[in-house]
Design a protein around this ligand. Structure first.
Ligand code: PLP
Length: 383
């Protein structure tokens, strides 16, 4: 037997309380029991999204809600500004193009943050732009983009909606939907919500509803109004992911009990310990110092070491699953997740396994330095 540890930024570990709930016999969705569960799930989601806007829930992965945002806000030929600095930003562009939108492409190196001033300039040049699309927490790179600053800019454009992919932002970093003027914010169940994959959620502001009224792109399963009308009556237009919604309430109750602010603080502490631990091993962090999120820590593979071998050895020899690099970063970086159901000793475990792996692969460093640095962060001491 080998005990296994899932240290990736999605899917993320699911707490036993949630697993037990989802193991219960299925209930029918046209019942008062399910209606009560749905009502509470929507209320709890509004709490984590920090919004009074409508929150809609779909049986889909995160990409489904990304597509939903496009088809419900735009018409073919509309201009949208897509700011991208990673794999998921690339996907936003691809979905926009698949639906015939005219994409103003603000493309950055994957080690850079999106610059709000560039969005301001792009809006000035393209005052007819109907949307600005940005990823808050780029899971492929660990980069955190300043969507608060982008919100302050887009606020002044009454016909332009701001669409934010916060799929690994919600529950890990601050995402103040209403206060920051974010029109559409989305997340997925297998990230900060501590659930198995299969649910996508998004919030819709009044401005986004006006975009919906104007939009002519084809839609059926993801038609927002179908969901709003049903959810307002505590039901769903189609068969919902009943089991996941019951589990969602348990997971969101755990966040409520911790308090969202504390949940975000915990993520920030875990991220800090992971970074300091890796740096103490002489490793270089991938994300820039001015834009690091708390969901995942991507790290450059040190020279002379096979990056794919790090991920493989961690998993096969030590039972610890971390994520590799994506696209052009395959083998060049590895990513340690600390999103959702994570605590201090998950970080210690991962760093210990990383040290053992690196030592085995011939990388030279002082063994124990990584866990020592992480311990110091958790103990609140300076060494
Ligand atoms: C996981 C993720 C998605 C959606 O991916 P799915 O595999 O469809 O769930 C989108 N954006 C970001 C930033 C993500 O981390």
């Amino acid at each position: 037997m080998q005990k296994k540890y899932l240290m990736t930024p999605g899917p993320t570990p699911v707490p036993a309380e949630v697993l037990l709930k989802t193991a219960e016999p299925i209930i029918h969705h046209r019942t008062p029991d399910f209606s009560a569960a749905l009502r509470s799930a929507i209320d709890n989601l509004k709490y984590v999204f920090e919004t009074k806007n409508d929150v809609l829930l779909f049986a889909s992965s995160g990409t489904g809600v990304m597509e939903a945002a496009i088809v419900n806000c735009f018409c073919a030929g509309d201009t949208v500004i897509v700011a991208r600095n990673g794999k998921f930003g690339d996907r936003q562009k691809a979905i926009s193009e698949a639906y015939g939108l005219n994409v103003i492409d603000l493309s950055y190196d994957w080690t850079e943050t999106v610059k709000p001033a560039d969005i301001q300039a792009a809006l000035k040049e393209n005052p007819d732009a109907r949307g600005v699309i940005v990823t808050q927490s780029e899971t492929s790179t660990g980069v955190l983009n300043d969507v608060k600053a982008v919100g302050a800019i887009v606020k002044d454009y009454p016909d332009t909606v701001l669409i934010v992919d916060s799929i690994t932002g919600i529950g890990a970093v601050e995402c103040k939907t209403d206060e920051w003027g974010l029109d559409v914010v989305m997340t997925g169940s297998q990230k900060g919500l501590m659930l198995p994959p299969g649910l996508g959620a998004l919030s819709v502001s009044e401005k986004a509803w006006r975009a919906y009224e104007r939009s002519t792109l084809p839609k059926f399963y993801f038609d927002w109004m179908k969901y709003k009308k049903s959810i307002d009556k505590d039901t769903t237009p189609f068969t919902p992911a009943v089991t996941l919604i019951l589990g969602l309430n348990v997971a969101l109750q755990m966040i409520r009990e911790e308090g969202l602010e504390n949940t975000i603080k915990r993520h920030s502490l875990l991220a800090d310990a992971t970074r300091k631990g890796c740096e103490a091993l002489g490793l270089k962090l991938f994300a820039p110092a001015d834009g690091r999120g708390s969901a995942v820590t991507p790290v450059w593979v040190p020279e002379g070491v096979d990056g794919k071998e790090i991920v493989k050895t961690l998993k096969e020899r030590y039972g610890v699953t971390i994520a590799g690099g994506q696209d052009h970063l395959v083998g060049k970086i590895f990513r340690i997740g600390h999103l959702g159901y994570f605590g201090e000793f998950d970080i210690i475990t991962t760093l210990a396994a990383l040290e053992m792996t690196l030592a085995g692969l011939g990388y030279k460093f002082e063994r124990g330095a990584g866990i020592k640095a992480a311990e110091a962060v958790f103990m609140g001491i300076d060494e």
